[in-house]
Design a protein around this ligand. Sequence first.
Ligand SMILES: Nc1ncnc2c1ncn2[C@@H]1O[C@H](COP(=O)(O)OP(=O)(O)O)[C@@H](O)[C@H]1O
Ligand SMILES: [Mg+2]
Length: 262
Amino acid sequence: MPRSAVTIALANQKGGVAKTTSTVNLGVALKARGRRVLAVDLDPQSNLSMSQGIDIESLRVGMYDVLLGNAPMKEIIHTREIDIAVAGIELAGAELALSSTIGRERALERAIDTVKSNYDYILIDTPPSLGLLTINSMVAAQGVIVPVQCEYLSLRGLAQLRETLAQIREHLNPGVDILGILPTMYDGRTVHGRDALAVMRENFGPLLFRTRVGKTIRFAEAPVEGMSVIKFDPSGQGARWYKRLANEVIDRVEGETKKAAA
Ligand SMILES: Nc1ncnc2c1ncn2[C@@H]1O[C@H](COP(=O)(O)OP(=O)(O)O)[C@@H](O)[C@H]1O
Ligand SMILES: [Mg+2]
């Protein structure tokens, strides 16, 4: 039986929590472990595409055209450190354009189905909202990774995210669940950072990844050069954190598959 990709959405309606950073660096780290990886840019801000050095001004087609059925997914995949399904600014109009179509929540799932057999992992970077694009990502996915900044106020939106996910499970995709909560921008030197992590541990128990992504300026520097942190600073902490996360993701995803087969 040909293996087919496991699809994972990285979602949190709060901006600036490291969704895009985590999509790129987890993707590159999974590739370093020999997995075939596609990252899908589903944010009209195109940060994922840009962070891999793609000139979005020159794009003729992107995810917008794919979601509306006007271009095949294969045609908008660019190969960089990993494969990237690119997005340009016109994706901002996709929610409105999709909203009047039948099967509007499944447009991404249909597109991903056409390339699934080429990959082991498909990671979806989502915009900072729980709108139709993010819903499409959760309908297409088996797992959701929720990056959460280790600050007390960041925890507040998570109940709403879980409620949206519960609705999607009930009506659209019974198979989707949270794969893990990822603490980001953790500063263990501050009481606030340690307290926020303790609260997350209480709330999420085993859903919390053991990996904590700390703070480093490398995460801001690398995308300017069109690189992941893993390529930009291979021996740095940033690379180490995301390699550790990739190991945990592989354990959670492929460990389950092995159990199911046994
Ligand atoms: N662990 C980190 N430490 C320091 N800065 C980070 C870290 N992760 C991300 N950043 C920076 O924070 C900002 C937001 O990250 P980003 O991945 O774009 O978040 P999102 O996609 O959730 O909006 C970016 O400028 C990024 O470079
Ligand atoms: Mg982003």
